[in-house]
Design a protein. Sequence first.
Lengths: 417, 274
Amino acid sequence: MLKQIEGSQAVAEAVARCRPEVVCAYPISPQTHIVESLGRLVASGELRHCEFINVESEFAAMSVAIGASAAGARAYTATASQGLLFMAEAVFNASGLGLPIVMTVANRAIGAPINIWNDHSDSMALRDCGWIQLFAENNQEAVDLHVQAFRLAEELSLPVMVCMDGFILTHAVERVDLPTQDQVDAWLPPYEPRQVLDPADPVSIGAMVGPEAFMEVRYLAHYKQRQALDLIPEWATQFQQVFGRAAGGLVRAYRCEDAETVVVALGSILGTLKDTVDALREEGLRIGVLGLHCFRPWPAEAVRAALAHVGRVVVVEKSLAVGLGGIVSQNVRAAYPHSPDHVHTVIAGLGGRAITRASLAGMLRSAAGGTLGRLTFLDLDEGLVARALAREKAQRRTGPLAEALLRDVGVVAARPA
Amino acid sequence: MIDMTLTPAHYKSDVKPVWCPGCGDFGVLNALAKALAKLALRPEDVAVVSGIGCSSRIPAYTSAYGFHGVHGRALAVGTGLKVARPDLTVVVTGGDGDGYSIGGNHFLHACRRNVDLTYIVMDNRVYGMTKGQPSPTTEADWTSKLMPQGTGLGEIKPMAIALAAGANFIARGFTGDPNGLADLIVSAVEHPGFSFVEVLSPCVTFRPEQREWKKMVRGHALAPAADSVEAATRIFADDGMNLGVLYAGTRRPFAPPIGRAQRTPTDLERRFAL
Ligand SMILES: Cc1ncc(C[n+]2csc(CCOP(=O)(O)OP(=O)(O)O)c2C)c(N)n1
Ligand code: SF4
């Protein structure tokens, strides 16, 4: 069913068709429209047999989802940024308990300084917490990944995070093919929990485990995530057969066949990168794009295979491991079968800084020409950095950094010195 | 030294508020500035701490020290600030969402700890910043996009919670009565220990019906009780529209261990001298 629809609403409709029984959320931009749409669908009766809980915080949201899921209900929540970090303890808990909760993360930067715009710092901060992490390239894929996520989560008894770029996707109105209820019902069997509250067979969920078995519990979580490496591509193929379009999978290559340089990225930036690569191909550069659609489990084999013939790799990522550099690129470097020196990290778009085609093209030309460094911050205002550093050298009491930088760039909200 | 030349204007920064025209929070800013002028505190003797929300933008609009923290943690940050710098007057500010939902547990423990803080909650019974979702003080049948049929949950009574948890001073003000509100803030700051000031601060954008509050409030109907049992009886009979000081208790405020050196900026500078 084709519809011109906002990304958040489309995701809400898709989630509703997956028949969640408990939806809980605390509002935070840019997630709000998703849960408001679900609130409307529950109230209007379009989503039946579902409790919608307006909770008092994200910590409560994930905890309510844990309780519901442990009781055998299909549970869903959504958050972003500060909200994801605030619920972090419960996020680990959900995966440790093996509860197949599905959560949308409307990717947004983490403060301080406060910033509501898009980057991937939130999901990346929790990349190793035991949740499967899928990244949507566009709103169609955001919809489709949710439909896949519930089945994947329930098959493996693992929670799944579907990451979609805040504002860029959540607030964009695009044409989306929404799956029908019949299609989703045929795809997603009713939830059969591995653990459930049953008076005939009382259990205690969340038992304390000491050194005798803790490692095994963790190992099994890892083992199950590795199983997802087989299931995800298999189901992507199946999904295409049922729904008639490609979505998900581990990685997807674009114009990589003869590429000497390949750009690796995840999320909505893939669209801009493909356009940039098309233009650069006109200039004669042999360049392609490898999109990561699943980040956890880490698809090392798929990445290795896709980059086997490639001499140079550029990873464009919207998050920063402070003190190290790239997060995604560390993973790519480990999977790349050739010298790690040929994998370049490009940190871009932090806190919503626009990633323009012109900047990407310039950067990729220098990559192809062999002059790109190992770590680059795309469009970093070096003058601004130099001023801040000079100030710190000249005086001890430089005051709050964010305010000083805002003053330097002339933002009105900064007080005069 | 008391400086008699300070006027309310001295306590405002030159940052222009981004609040919607008519937002109640303007009234809180004005009342706070008036109160600080009455108290004749120099701006640098005051710290205004907040969490996240429209109301939590207030520190930037004052000329006092400002701290804009994360959502729900204002009271904990304010506590840390006050125990490290007991010489400063610390005013913690925020909304009903910040203070009663995500930060609710800190509210309990701040009342209980009774550190000498003034906590001003700008209660508009809605999350304004995220565009209109119900908070713990929202009426059960108020309809919103998130809860089209209302939450179905009764509102909490923050004053009752404050009293039960041990707050030393409890008052309610209204932004439509800036002079009365300024006086309440003065009393709250002067009262030792944890002072809680609930302010009816309309959100004209998402709760335009709150403009009617000006017809509903009863000016200074509350006379302070020193007895918590009497205060409790009054709070439970209260419909939320009575203004004034409800409770002024005598519990001893939390004091940092005796003998601890009070740190001034000069001491700090000395410690960090290169
Ligand atoms: C951990 C976290 N969750 C959610 C948010 C999003 N958020 C920002 S302000 C706010 C509520 C604001 O309501 P209130 O405190 O009543 O202040 P008002 O805007 O009404 O003045 C929310 C939910 C956030 N910033 N951080
Ligand atoms: S949305 Fe409401 S609370 Fe926020 S500034 Fe506007 S009127 Fe004030």
